[in-house]
Every structure is written in structure tokens, then in C-alpha cells.
Design a protein around this ligand. Structure first.
Ligand SMILES: O=C(O)CCC(=O)C(=O)O
Length: 277
């Protein structure tokens, strides 16, 4: 069985205290990009381990040009951590979970699920959307860590954010689609939310709230845009009655056995970081 090298495990679990400035930026804008969370050796290692699993688990057979907009946006492989210990060590990184806890200003976080999002060469744009539309969670205190596995210049299609748009309720009934893209493109402009489009350095990670509108451009680089994500929820998150068929599917996939009205505490949703004092 493969094991994580000690130096990598130490880096993954190295403490990181969010500064008051970072927490306040996140509270104001609903997202933050933080540089130098890991050095290049850790990101290169993550790239090798995650790419291997994506290659193994990917079952997309349809040629890119025959897929719909969502299908063209990325290969999407979920809950990789359940397959191998080396991926589990990455997804269970105490360092990233501590940052999520600090940004959410809570006492600890649980895993909702992970997913690898690999935008293929010639892969299309990711439409504007908010993730929380999909989640049967009775809290808005959620965050996704978006971890590029290589430097991600603009031609790779890095994640873009509509700063502060988690305060906008219009469009929250829309799943990711051409319709969400068209509606939000104009609504976010009309409401004057700042559209943040920036490259990512190696070791830079973004964190965005569940209701924050975000998108990505197409990948016109000729290389795969490889990204790993972890979605965290407040550790005391309660399951709510699903409000659409996607939330029902999420309940079955990501927290099977959880009960409406009770804290989500299934084997698939471990607490990944908890403050000690
Ligand atoms: O990677 C992308 O293109 C989209 C990512 C995304 O929507 C997310 O992580 O919530």
C-alpha cells in the first residue's frame, strides 16, 4: 500500500492561523485567494497522486465536442478520498481545514465531499453558478477550497469570483447551465458586483462560500487544468429537507444515513478540524 512521504504529511498538517485581515476580507467578499499555502514540492506531489486517481476513475466516454456546456467544463471525479490512503491524507489536510475554520469563524469543520475538476485542453467555460443550490444543508456556513495542481494562468480557465455576490438572492434557484450563465452574467453586472479574474500561482488556493457566484473561462492552453477541491461545512451542520431533486441526490451521495433535522455525522462526513480552546 502506498503511503504519504513524511515531509508531505507534515506540510499537509502544518498549522495555519488565518489573520484578522484575511477573515475580514472573506467576510466582506465571500471569497479569498491565499498564496504560498504549500510549496511547489507539495503541489507537485498532489498533482501526481490526484492525476493517477482521476485517470483510474474517469469514465467520461463522450467526445468533448458532443457534450453539453456542463460536460465540456470539466471532468468531475468525486470523493476520491474514499479510494486511497494517499488521497485521504491530502483531503484530510489539517492545514486547509484550519484555514476553512478560521475563514468561516466557527469552531470546526466537517467534510461535505471532495471533487477533482480537470478542465481538458479545449474544455469550455464553467457557467456562473452557486454551489449551495445543490446542498441540503441548513447553514450558509460552508466553504470550498479550490486547489490548482499547477500554476494556472488566464488561458487555463482559473476560477473567477463575483465579489460579495453571496448576498444576492436572485438566481439561487438555478442549477449550473447556459441559463444560469445568461441570467447571472447580466444580473451580476446590473448589481455592480466586482468580477475578479486573476491567475493562480503554484501553492495559491482560493476559498469561496457556498452562495458566492463564481465561474471559469475556457481552457485554451493546450494542457489539462488540474484542480482538486474540498468542500467543508460547519461541524454542527444540520441536514435540511431537500428543496430540489439535486439536493435529494446530494443527500444520497454525500451524507447517506443522515437524518433531516439532525447534525450530519456520517462516516463520509468526518470532522477535519476542531479548535481546542
Ligand atoms: O473549476 C471550475 O471550473 C469550477 C469550480 C467550481 O465551481 C467549484 O469548485 O465550486
Amino acid at each position: 500500500m502506498e503511503t504519504t512521504p513524511i515531509s508531505i504529511k507534515e506540510a499537509l498538517d502544518q498549522p495555519y492561523s488565518v489573520t484578522p485581515e484575511q477573515a475580514s476580507f472573506f467576510a466582506q467578499h465571500g471569497f479569498i485567494k491565499i498564496k504560498n499555502i504549500f510549496d511547489a514540492s507539495v503541489i507537485d506531489y498532489m498533482n501526481i497522486v490526484i492525476s493517477k486517481e482521476v485517470d483510474r476513475l474517469n469514465n467520461q466516454q463522450i467526445p468533448l465536442e458532443e457534450r453539453d456546456t456542463y460536460g465540456k467544463a470539466f471532468l468531475q471525479i468525486m470523493n476520491l478520498w474514499t479510494h486511497t490512503t494517499v488521497v485521504k491524507d491530502i483531503v484530510f489536510s489539517k492545514r486547509i481545514a484550519q484555514i476553512a475554520t478560521g475563514l468561516m469563524q466557527t469552531n470546526g469543520v466537517r467534510l461535505y465531499h471532495d471533487q477533482a475538476l480537470f478542465k481538458e485542453p479545449k474544455g469550455g467555460h464553467t457557467p456562473w453558478h452557486a454551489d449551495q443550490y445543490y446542498w441540503p444543508l441548513a447553514t450558509e456556513n460552508t466553504v470550498t477550497a479550490w486547489i490548482p495542481l499547477q500554476a494556472t494562468p488566464l488561458n487555463y480557465g482559473p476560477l473567477e469570483f463575483s465579489a460579495g455576490s453571496n448576498k444576492l438572492t436572485a438566481g439561487r434557484d438555478k442549477q449550473i447551465s447556459d441559463e444560469s450563465q445568461a441570467f447571472l452574467e447580466s444580473e451580476l453586472k446590473n448589481q455592480n458586483f466586482e468580477h475578479v479574474i486573476e491567475p493562480f500561482d503554484v501553492g495559491e488556493i482560493s476559498f469561496h462560500r457556498g452562495w458566492l457566484y463564481h465561474r471559469a473561462g475556457p481552457n485554451v492552453s493546450g494542457n489539462m487544468r488540474k484542480v482538486m477541491t474540498m468542500i467543508y461545512m460547519d461541524k454542527d451542520t444540520v441536514l435540511k429537507e431537500p428543496e430540489n431533486h439535486n439536493q435529494l441526490a446530494d443527500w444520497e451521495a454525500w451524507c447517506p444515513g443522515a437524518t433531516v433535522g439532525a447534525t450530519i455525522n456520517t462516516p463520509l462526513n468526518p470532522v477535519l478540524y476542531e479548535k481546542t480552546s
